[in-house]
Design a protein around this ligand. Sequence first.
Ligand SMILES: Nc1ncnc2c1ncn2[C@@H]1O[C@H](COP(=O)(O)OP(=O)(O)OP(=O)(O)O)[C@@H](O)[C@H]1O
Ligand SMILES: [Mg+2]
Length: 259
Amino acid sequence: MTLPRLTLEKIAVRFGGLIAVRDLSLSLAPGEIRGLIGPNGAGKTTAVNAISGVVPIEQGRIFLDGDDVSGLAPHELSRKGIARTFQHVEAFGDMTVLENVMIGVARHAPVSLWSAAVGTPFARRTELAYRKDALDILKLFELEGYQDTVASELPFGLLKRMDLARALASRPKILLLDEPTSGMSESEADRAIQAVRRLAEQFSMTLLVIEHNMRVMMALADVVTVMQQGAVIAEGTPHEIQNDPVVIAAYLGDEDADA
Ligand SMILES: Nc1ncnc2c1ncn2[C@@H]1O[C@H](COP(=O)(O)OP(=O)(O)OP(=O)(O)O)[C@@H](O)[C@H]1O
Ligand SMILES: [Mg+2]
């Protein structure tokens, strides 16, 4: 049996009196694309926050390629090859779209952008290589016309595409996508997901994707895990999940609660 790329062993996350994630166990094989769904407030984003080290886990352990990485800081996990995108992505500072994606490239490249700033011929060549790499990825996400736009001026759907390009540019081992297509039109979402698929396959990434759009999920995920109130309530192929009475009831219950 191959060693799982990522294992969550009964993790729990608590915010004061609220247990947002309870006893969550999950195992992702290398190269797997796993879907994560569940009603609003189920704990999906919190799970991604825990895996990327943004929120501490109160219980359980997290393993990357068999190594215990529980409690590591976000930058340490990022260095180990865990990248993520954000449900509510915000542009910070006045960096352009190209600069944002070049930071992603610099994560996996041998020389950091910061030493490239020193200005030696080698550093200059490195920066040019980063720039070319970033431009290639921007093209895949149909953002080449926006390379010099300040990211904070982008509408939300384009910002989400830039966030995807930035995360994929770092060639992570594990990529966590939090509602990547929200704010996009259907055709925009389809094309962005195709680009994600292509890069993920090319670089053998393992993906965990939170996505409300079932059409996207059907096209992307091998297996879907369903959460409700912080716990896993079902797991199966997208087709099985769509027809699972337990899952249907969870979503209907959620609608009742909203009403
Ligand atoms: N930083 C936080 N502090 C306090 N409570 C939080 C925090 N983050 C999340 N929560 C709570 O934890 C629960 C799970 O939230 P989470 O954002 O993980 O759900 P979700 O499944 O991603 O929902 P959605 O589909 O709406 O994005 C919710 O009750 C939420 O209000
Ligand atoms: Mg969420």
